[in-house]
Design a protein around this ligand. Structure first.
Ligand SMILES: Cc1ncc(C[n+]2csc(CCOP(=O)(O)OP(=O)(O)O)c2C)c(N)n1
Ligand SMILES: [Mg+2]
Length: 322
C-alpha cells in the first residue's frame, strides 16, 4: 500500500490544531478547577494526536461523534471557540442553547453528532447515520469515535458486525488510553489488542501510535477513503498512555507513579513540533506567533461567553422525544 502523502500545508494545519487543542484544554482545566464550569471535565491532555489526526482526515460534509474527551475533535472540525465556549458556560447562544454543556456537546452544523453519557452508546447511533448516508448515496463518511472501555460492551460487537455485513461508510476509531475510569484495560479485556478484533468481523484492523499525529492521520485517511469507495468499515486502534486521571482532580491513587511519569514523557505536541522544525516547516518565531494568536482567540472566546445571557431553565425539556 502506498503511503498517504501529506502536504506541507496540511502538516502545519495539523500542528495548529494540536497546539490549539492543548491550550484550550489547559484553559478549561483552569476554569473548572476554579469552579467556573459545572460538572466534570475529562482531560484530553496527551491524547490530542488521536482526535486531531482522525478528524483531520474528514471532509467538511462528513460526520463524527464527540466524546467526553473530545475537544481535539471540536477544534479540528473548525468550530469557532466562541461558539464552543457559549455551550461550555451554559449560555443561550450555544449550539445546544447552553443545555448540553461541554460533556454533551453536539453541533450538527459542523458534523459533530454529540456525546452520549452511556459508554459505547454512540456506536450503534453512528452505524445508523452511516446507513442513512448509504441509503441516500450522499458520499458522506461517519467516524464512530470511542474509548477502549466501550469495546468491551455488547454495543460495539453488534454494531461493527452490522456495519461490515452492509459495507457501511464508517470508520471505527478507538482512542485506547489503556484505562476505563479507574480500571486498567488489561483487567477487563481478554484481548487488549483491539485492532485484532477486526478480523472476527471481516474488516481491516490497524494499530497506530496515538502520540504520532501523522501516523494517525495517514491511517484515518486510508480508512475514510476506503469507506467512501463503498468498501466498508475499518477498525483503527490509536494507542497511547493516559497522562492525567479520569477527570480533572482525580488523584489516581490506584495508579503506579512511574506509569504516570512515563506517560507524561511522551508529548504529541512537542514531538510533532520538533519534527516540523527538523523538516524546516516551522520556526520558533512562527510557533510563538501561533501561540499568541491562539491565546488571544481563547481569551476572547471566554470573555465573550462570560458576558452572554445564560440558558433559560424553562427550555430544559424542549427537544426531548419522550
Ligand atoms: C454503560 C456505562 N457504564 C459505565 C459508565 C461509567 N463510565 C463513565 S466513563 C467510563 C470509562 C470509559 O472508558 P473508555 O471508554 O476507555 O473512555 P476514557 O474515559 O478512557 O476516554 C465509565 C466506565 C458509563 N458512563 N456508561
Ligand atoms: Mg480509555
Amino acid at each position: 500500500m502506498t503511503e498517504v502523502t501529506v502536504s506541507e500545508e496540511k502538516k502545519r494545519e495539523l500542528f495548529t490544531f494540536l497546539l490549539k487543542s492543548r491550550r484550550l484544554e489547559e484553559k478549561l482545566i483552569d476554569m473548572i478547577t476554579r469552579g467556573e464550569i459545572a460538572g466534570w471535565l475529562h482531560p484530553s491532555l496527551g491524547g490530542e494526536a488521536v482526535g486531531v489526526g482522525v478528524t483531520g482526515a474528514l471532509k467538511p460534509k462528513d460526520y463524527i461523534n464527540n466524546t467526553h474527551r473530545g475537544r481535539p475533535i471540536i477544534v479540528t472540525r473548525g468550530v469557532p471557540l466562541k461558539r464552543f465556549l457559549l455551550e461550555v458556560l451554559g449560555k443561550k447562544g450555544g449550539p445546544c442553547c447552553g443545555i448540553a454543556g461541554e460533556m454533551h456537546y453536539a453541533d450538527i452544523e459542523y458534523g459533530i453528532l454529540g456525546t452520549q453519557g452511556m459508554v459505547g452508546a454512540n456506536i450503534p447511533l453512528s452505524v445508523g447515520f452511516a446507513l442513512a448516508c448509504q441509503i441516500k448515496n450522499s458520499g458522506q463518511v461517519v467516524v464512530s469515535y470511542f474509548g477502549d472501555g466501550a469495546v468491551d460492551e455488547g454495543n460495539f460487537h453488534e454494531s461493527v458486525n452490522m456495519a461490515s455485513v452492509w459495507k457501511l461508510p464508517i470508520v471505527f476509531a478507538v482512542e485506547n488510553n489503556r484505562w476505563a475510569q479507574f480500571i486498567p484495560q488489561i483487567f477487563t479485556a481478554a484481548q487488549p489488542d483491539i485492532w485484532r478484533k477486526a478480523e472476527g468481523y471481516n474488516m481491516p484492523g490497524q494499530l497506530v501510535d496515538g502520540t504520532n499525529v501523522l501516523e494517525v492521520y495517514r491511517a484515518a485517511f486510508e480508512a475514510v477513503d476506503r469507506a467512501r469507495r463503498g468498501e466498508g468499515p475499518t477498525l483503527l486502534e490509536c494507542r497511547f498512555n493516559r497522562w492525567l486521571g479520569h477527570y480533572v482532580g482525580d488523584p489516581q491513587k490506584y495508579r503506579d507513579r512511574k506509569d504516570i511519569e512515563a506517560a507524561c514523557q511522551v508529548d504529541p505536541v512537542t514531538k510533532f513540533r520538533e519534527q516540523l522544525f527538523a523538516e524546516h516547516l516551522l520556526t520558533a518565531e512562527t510557533v510563538e506567533k501561533l501561540e499568541q494568536a491562539i491565546k488571544a482567540e481563547i481569551e476572547d472566546a471566554v470573555d465573550s461567553a462570560r458576558c452572554s445571557p445564560p440558558a433559560d431553565p424553562k427550555t430544559v425539556f424542549d427537544n426531548i422525544y419522550v
